[in-house]
Design a protein around this ligand. Structure first.
Ligand SMILES: NC(=O)c1ccc[n+]([C@@H]2O[C@H](COP(=O)([O-])OP(=O)(O)OC[C@H]3O[C@@H](n4cnc5c(N)ncnc54)[C@H](O)[C@@H]3O)[C@@H](O)[C@H]2O)c1
Length: 327
């Protein structure tokens, strides 16, 4: 049994607490933290717990927990990560890890110096089709890849009311790195509405994403207009010399197929995963603390996904093609 504290008791934190964490029988949350008294009161009323604290330090001292999970407001990610890691606890932090590469690297270095497990919740890696598609790409199932497009369209008020690059594109940048095993080179981003900072809302964007080896992805992110709903990971079309690999149908994240040069379409089997998305991320995090494996998206690796987000935000602001920081 592993004892955790949970930091962040807003809508997403409540969902973690009531639907996700209970799926793992060997994980117990012994303290909950939020700086907002109203959020603490609402969470206590909803769940019946009284182990609700106003600070990370207080919760760790009172519970003796060795790790924390933090579905906390994006603006607090860096401060909360610093508090948890400096207190010597392992951390699973929600995406986006950070909004800039320097902060992400500083925090992942801090975890490494202290020998702590630090993972980021990039739960789209734990949709059942994700490892299947990655494997097909690695085995060159459609030959040399020539063209890739990714479309995300959902009629979603939450996305319309946010900076969709910060809330959503980070998932897709991370999936690009995961699926193709390549790093970002440069990004050109045209947001649907002006974006001068990460705090500015925008309901979508059109992007050209360049990866290593000359691979370019046409990426459209949209929460307005009438169209079929894509699944959360999006609809991917990966065209190679020997076929077209597709992932995602209308609101269907399990649909994977290959169309050969003669037009014959073959469906690809997608096996169930033992645990779906966030539950699988939590499983990998807890196992890593126990010394087995690594988190789904370790912070040091995720800093490269943050670098893509940072480039997209800079490009959105300047209108320029922007290089992705590399190290
Ligand atoms: N992985 C996914 O698919 C997914 C989906 C939705 C949200 N999220 C992420 O989950 C996180 C939380 O989302 P939300 O909509 O609940 O956010 P939110 O903005 O409602 O904030 C959550 C809570 O954090 C608290 N908080 C702010 N600063 C704090 C601090 N310093 N210490 C402790 N608590 C603090 C707020 O009071 C609030 O109750 C965000 O990082 C968001 O990006 C991830």
């Amino acid at each position: 049994m592993i004892d955790l504290i949970q930091i962040g008791l807003g809508p997403w934190g409540t969902d973690w607490a009531t639907k996700i964490i209970p799926q793992l029988a060997d994980v117990r949350v012994t303290g909950w933290v939020d700086t907002d008294p109203d959020a603490r009161a609402a969470f206590a009323a909803r769940t019946g717990t009284d182990a609700v604290f106003a600070s990370v330090e207080e919760a760790l001292a009172a519970t003796g927990a060795v790790a924390a999970i933090a579905p906390v407001a994006i603006g607090a990610h860096a401060a909360v990560a610093g508090q948890v890691l400096r207190a010597g606890a392992h951390l699973l932090l929600e995406k986006p890890f950070a909004l800039d590469t320097a902060t992400a690297r500083e925090l992942s270095d801090l975890a490494a110096e202290r020998g702590l497990v630090f993972g980021i919740d990039q739960n789209y890696r734990v949709f059942p089709a994700a490892p299947v598609v990655r494997d097909l790409i690695e085995r060159q199932a459609v030959g040399t890849i020539r063209r890739v497009s990714l479309e995300w369209h959902r009629d979603h008020q939450g996305v319309r009311d946010s900076n969709s690059l910060v809330e959503l594109a980070i998932h897709h940048f991370d999936l690009m790195r995961y699926l193709f095993g390549r790093e970002g080179v440069a990004i050109t981003c045209v947001p649907a509405t002006p974006v001068r900072s990460a705090q500015d809302r925008t309901p979508g964007a059109s992007l050209i994403v360049e990866l290593d080896g000359g691979l370019t992805i046409d990426y459209v992110l949209a929460s307005q207009g009438v169209d079929a709903q894509t699944p959360w990971p999006g609809v991917w079309r990966i065209s190679g010399d020997e076929g077209l690999l597709r992932w995602g149908g209308p609101d269907d994240h399990r649909a994977v197929s290959i169309t050969d040069a003669a037009g014959t379409v073959t469906a690809v089997e997608v096996p169930e995963l033992p645990l779906f998305e966030r539950a699988g991320v939590l499983r990998a995090f807890v196992d890593a603390i126990a010394g087995s494996g690594v988190p789904t998206s370790p912070a040091a690796d995720n800093a490269h996904s943050v670098a893509m987000l940072e480039a997209a935000l800079t490009s959105a602001r300047t209108g320029e093609r922007t290089r992705v920081q590399r190290w």
